[in-house]
Design a protein around this ligand. Structure first.
Ligand SMILES: Nc1ncnc2c1ncn2[C@@H]1O[C@H](COP(=O)(O)OP(=O)(O)O)[C@@H](O)[C@H]1O
Ligand SMILES: [Mg+2]
Length: 484
């Protein structure tokens, strides 16, 4: 059954239901008619017997002459009076000289009235009603009967009509069911054909959605939304690859130029050293870029294993601030940390990397004091990294967390625009959110929201000092440090 197409299955189920209804209905109809015919027959037999009994009781021997009652006439009924030996005392004209009841049946009829639903008499099937009569101390039995021919004929006609009409109705209903199922499933087939034609090159195509607001239309709309998401993802992937190769080309071209110049012209040792230094810087940029791209790709694939542990946010912010202290001092900037004791469940290395990217941005793109703050909010722990600079460029703010987004000023400064994308991916891997705070007059304020965990006991500082020591040795973190 499961292997059949839906259309055939629907039709079969429909046909089975209709078949059951028709069979049940036919059965009921037949029995209803049979019962009502029998009832009518019995009523007329009873009326006839009452009439004849009255005549017999009066001692009138004229049963032969008595005209049949009109009701009896319609059914062609007949009557016979028997004595206790089965001898015919009287009977309707035209009956054979043959008792209608004999033996045990006659004896039972002497005791009380007896209805014989079907008996073979007088060359056909008849229905008989026998009642005991005792006129003038005689023991007689009155038997009235009616042929069943017309009743049987009526039922036989109905039976053959049902046997012909039922299957015909069933066939017609099944055909209609088959057509309706086909019509209902046609949009599915249209969607399937179109879906089969949608390839990577034709991702902008959509499935035809029927105008009705039914399950199939909703399925089509949902699939189209999925196609839109796939299209966006593929587009993003393509532009990502294009951007990445563009980013790789620039430092490589610079290296190439430096090398060409160094080889072509006679150059002093200092000039050669400067060229090599420049080449070294470009190599650093390239490897930083490669690290960032690799990390993003692995975060995308969910391949970065997160070693989540309960972290004290205040300690974490102090650690990050400490790492930038020298650079901040050199630039004449300050880094403030203001956080109550709060805990989050996170991978220390990755979360620190995200914060390092943000503080690095605040130092590079922002100005003034950098504030690292944390607070407990309804939807989790919020960590803010804010500065007092000009804030995000208008053109950048909306897409700041997308790959390769960077402001005009930032273009010359060497960043590839992956820092915030990495922050977003790390925070997403922790089931958190990242956003630009909107409620500040000026300066940038990036907000990370992470799911909260119950606060930690106060022994965390030492442990974390140790873990932080480990994390500095981690390759990717060192790489990030190198970049900033
Ligand atoms: N603190 C900030 N103040 C102003 N602009 C910022 C700040 N942080 C980030 N930006 C803007 O967002 C862009 C993207 O940042 P990011 O993804 O870290 O890339 P990158 O630092 O490599 O340029 C930056 O180029 C800059 O224009
Ligand atoms: Mg950056």
């Amino acid at each position: 059954m499961k292997r059949l197409p839906i259309r055939a299955r629907l039709t079969l189920a429909f046909a089975a239901a209709i078949g059951a209804v028709l069979a049940g209905g036919g059965f009921l109809l037949y029995h209803h008619l049979a019962n009502s015919l029998d009832r009518t027959l019995d009523q007329s037999l009873r009326a006839r017997s009452a009439g004849v009994a009255a005549i017999v009781r009066q001692g009138d021997p004229g049963l032969r002459e008595a005209p049949p009652a009109p009701v009896a006439d319609a059914t062609g009924s007949f009557a016979q009076v028997l004595d206790s030996h089965g001898t015919i005392r009287d009977q309707s004209p035209g009956l054979r000289q043959q008792p209608l009841l004999t033996g045990p049946l006659l004896r039972r009829a002497q005791a009380k009235s007896l209805l014989i639903a079907r008996a073979h008499r007088l060359g056909g099937d008849v229905r008989l009603l026998a009642i005991p009569l005792q006129p003038r101390n005689q023991k007689l039995v009155l038997v009235v009967g009616a042929p069943l021919r017309s009743r049987d004929q009526t039922l036989a006609n109905l039976r053959s009509e049902l046997l012909v009409g039922g299957p015909a109705a069933l066939l017609l209903a099944s055909l209609i069911g088959y057509l309706v199922a086909g019509a209902a499933l046609r949009p599915v087939e249209r969607m399937r054909t179109r879906a089969a034609a949608i390839t990577e090159q034709h991702l902008s195509e959509r499935l035809p959605v029927p105008s009705a607001n039914d399950e199939i239309a909703r399925l089509g709309a949902t699939l189209n939304q999925m196609l839109a998401r796939v299209e966006r993802a593929v587009k993003r992937e393509r532009s990502f690859v294009a951007d990445a190769s563009h980013e790789l080309r620039a430092p490589l071209a610079l290296v190439r130029t430096e090398v060409d110049l160094a080889l072509d012209l006679p150059r002093s040792a200092e000039e050669l050293q400067a060229a090599l230094r420049s080449i070294g810087e470009e190599a650093d940029r390239l490897s930083q870029l490669a690290d960032d791209l690799l990390l993003l790709a692995r975060l995308d694939e969910g391949e970065v294993p997160l070693r989540k542990e309960p972290l004290e946010v205040r300690d974490l912010l102090h650690d990050v601030a400490e790492r930038f202290r020298r650079r901040a001092d050199d630039d004449g900037r300050t880094i403030d940390v203001d956080a109550p004791r709060l805990a989050v469940e996170a991978d220390r290395v990755r979360l620190e990397q995200a914060l390092v990217n943000l503080v690095g941005n605040a130092l590079r793109h922002g100005a003034g004091t950098i504030r690292l703050t944390a607070s407990s909010e309804v939807d989790g722990v919020e960590i803010h990294v804010a500065d007092e600079g000009a804030g995000f460029d208008n053109g950048v703010a909306d897409t700041a967390f997308e790959r390769f987004t960077r402001g005009d000023l930032a273009r010359s400064s060497g960043g590839a625009g992956l820092g915030l994308a990495i922050v977003k991916a790390i925070v997403a891997a922790h089931n958190g959110r990242v956003a630009l705070s909107t409620d500040i007059a000026h300066g940038a304020d990036v907000v990370l929201t992470l799911p909260a965990t119950p606060a930690l006991p106060d022994l965390t500082r030492d442990q974390h000092g140790e873990i932080a020591g480990d994390s500095v040795a981690d390759g990717s973190l060192v790489a990030t440090k190198g970049k900033e």
